[in-house]
Design a protein around this ligand. Structure first.
Ligand code: PGA
Length: 280
């Protein structure tokens, strides 16, 4: 049966409600354990001073800092902690990989997959990303799937073709239940770490197309999931981005490494989301 507003998905494994808006820190290969602890302590103070922000936040530390961060934030279970990658198998001879069981073992709630840095530098393919998503979601975890075009593809007017193809290939064969636990992140490669974020108009145009295609591919329930924007977000540009109808949060690299910028970014993003009267 197709899921729809009248017939929502109702069977199978299901993760808890995914926050909207949703601000996810991607620490990449940064922050040593002591720095991660310092960040978490400051985060706990901010959450106490300003309630109402924390349940929109998530952090993806390095694999080594993962259990330290989950332990540090155990009294703030509303902040999701997750991994920057995840294999699809439970265990086995896969040097350098992490399994869904390992993530659950340390209290992680999600995993990022398909980041452009993994696609470009480590040969990550859509087929592998597809398997990863299935393994992650079958284990009750949320998958954050990154898609985005390179600068050349953008200049050649191929952005939509590339991004929608990545989306279709990476989510191929997902059941509605698996698809419902996937958060999409549009991350134009030319905007990542460059200081040149996509304009709200460019980002919204792509997010709208992604939502339409994902709804066609995986049903209405999945189509309502958050679609994050990533690429040079900062406290100064997030308000206008979050006012756009189809931008539901951000995947944040550089600006997530310091508590002040991460927190201000989330606060300003929430204000933009609310100013536009969007539904949480
Ligand atoms: P950036 O990275 O915010 O540093 O541009 C975003 C990302 O790669 O997820």
């Amino acid at each position: 049966m197709n899921c729809s507003a009248k017939n929502p998905c109702s069977t199978g494994k299901m993760t808890g409600k995914i926050p909207k808006p949703f601000f996810v820190a991607n620490w990449k290969m940064n922050l040593l354990t002591a720095e991660a602890v310092e960040f978490c302590q400051a985060l706990k103070n901010r959450a106490q001073e300003t309630p109402g922000v924390a349940h929109h936040l998530a952090i993806a530390p390095s694999a080594i800092a993962l259990s330290t961060v989950t332990e540090q934030l155990k009294n703030l279970p509303e902040i999701l902690v997750g991994s920057q990658n995840c294999h699809w198998l439970e265990s086995g001879a896969h040097t350098g990989e992490l399994s869904p069981a390992m993530l659950k073992d340390v209290g992680a709630g999600f995993a990022i997959v398909g980041h452009s840095e993994r696609r470009a530098f480590y040969g990550e393919t859509d087929a592998a990303i597809n398997s990863r998503i299935k393994g992650i979601t079958d284990n009750g975890l949320i998958a954050i799937l990154c898609i985005g075009e390179t600068e050349d593809e953008y200049r050649n007017g191929r952005s939509k073709e590339v991004v929608l193809n990545q989306l279709a290939a990476s989510t191929s064969g997902l059941t509605h239940e698996q698809a419902r636990n996937v958060v999409l992140a549009y991350e134009p490669v030319w905007a990542i770490g460059t200081g040149l974020a996509a304009t709200p108009e460019i980002a919204e145009d792509m997010h709208k197309a992604i939502r339409e295609r994902y709804t066609q591919l995986c049903g209405e329930c999945a189509g309502n999931n958050p679609i994050l924007y990533g690429g040079s977000t900062k406290p100064e540009n997030i308000f206008e981005l979050l006012k756009c109808p189809n931008i539901d949060g951000a995947l944040i690299g550089g600006a997530s490494l310091k508590i002040n910028s991460f927190w201000s970014l989330a606060e300003n993003g929430l204000k933009g989301y609310e100013a536009a009267g969007k539904r949480k």
